[in-house]
Design a protein around this ligand. Structure first.
Ligand SMILES: [Cu+2]
Length: 144
């Protein structure tokens, strides 16, 4: 359990003291089970959809077609390695005109019938979702 700074107001100190180390173990175990279930049902079966990455100068280059969705929707990458995603938008539907990577604070306009490049580096292993501006189309970067 992290040390509680003495500068905290008394009320906050009392609230923190209500969490015993047993509580933390129960929370951690629960979170681990939820994470495993999520991985098992949502990530593992779809992993085959992702494409292998081609490297050039240490950057993983990935082309994604934007047309009624993202193809491929799942992209497997290495954490800590820069990734260059090229979105090739092959439609005019306003749904896909904007792409958002909430974890990276990235929001970009994708002009129709043009290629738009976004560079990111997943800082640690995990699943980083991306979506259209209305959150209707979804894809994800899976960093290992
Ligand atoms: Cu949309």
């Amino acid at each position: 359990m992290p040390a509680i700074p003495l500068s905290l107001p008394a009320a906050k100190r009392d609230a923190s003291a209500l969490m015993t180390s047993t509580d933390w173990i129960v929370i951690a175990a629960g979170a681990a089970i939820i994470a495993w279930v999520y991985w098992y049902f949502f990530v593992a079966p779809r992993a085959a959809v992702s494409i292998p990455t081609a490297n050039s100068g240490g950057i993983a280059e990935i082309a994604i077609i934007v047309k009624g969705g993202y193809d491929p929707p799942q992209i497997r990458v290495k954490s800590g390695q820069p990734v260059r995603l090229t979105f090739d938008r092959q439609e005019t539907s306003s749904c896909s005109e904007e792409i958002v990577f909430p974890d990276f604070g990235v929001k970009k306009f994708l002009p129709a019938f043009e290629k738009t490049t976004i560079e990111l580096t997943p800082p640690r292993p995990g699943k980083y979702g991306f979506m259209c501006g209305m959150s209707m189309l979804h894809g994800s970067l899976i960093a290992e």
